[in-house]
Design a protein around this ligand. Structure first.
Ligand SMILES: [Zn+2]
Length: 131
C-alpha cells in the first residue's frame, strides 16, 4: 500500500479542515498559538497525529504526507512568483498572504494531482540569477 501520492493533497486538505475544527482560530508565524489557534500546516499536523491509531509512532502513515509536502509548487497567490516546497507554501500562504486555512484547503483540493509540480506556464521561465 504505497501508491497514495495522487490523493495526498486532498487528504492534506481534509486534515487541515479537521484541524480547523480543533482550533478555531488561525495562527500566524507559528504552528500553534495558545490553546485555540493553528496555522494551516499546524492544523494538518494536529489532525494527522490524532488519527485514531493505537500505535505510538504514526510516522509510517505519514510517509505519503511528507511525500506530498515535498513537492515543489508555484505559489497560487496573485502576482507572487515564488516556488516552494508544498510545506513551505502552506506556511507562506498562511503567514505572508494571510490566506485562511479554508482557502488553503480549497486550493489544495483543486491542485490535487500531486504528481507534477506546476511548471508549464507559458511565461514561466525562471529569471536568471543576477551576479
Ligand atoms: Zn506567495
Amino acid at each position: 500500500m504505497s501508491q497514495q501520492h495522487h490523493h495526498g493533497t486532498k487528504e492534506l486538505a481534509a486534515f487541515i479542515r479537521d484541524g480547523m475544527t480543533k482550533r478555531t482560530d488561525q495562527a500566524f508565524g507559528d504552528y500553534f498559538t495558545g490553546q485555540n489557534a493553528s496555522c494551516a500546516l499546524g492544523a494538518a499536523y494536529e489532525a494527522m497525529y490524532r488519527l485514531p491509531r493505537d500505535g505510538a509512532h504514526p510516522t509510517r502513515d505519514l510517509d505519503w504526507f511528507f511525500d506530498c509536502l515535498d513537492t515543489v509548487k508555484a505559489c497560487p497567490a496573485e502576482g507572487c512568483k515564488k516556488k516552494l516546497f508544498l510545506a513551505a507554501i502552506l506556511v507562506h500562504l498562511n503567514d505572508d498572504h494571510r490566506w485562511s486555512r479554508a482557502q488553503i484547503a480549497d486550493w489544495l483540493e483543486k491542485n490535487g494531482n500531486g504528481s507534477r509540480p506546476v511548471e508549464a506556464s507559458p511565461t514561466g521561465t525562471v529569471p536568471p540569477t543576477r551576479g
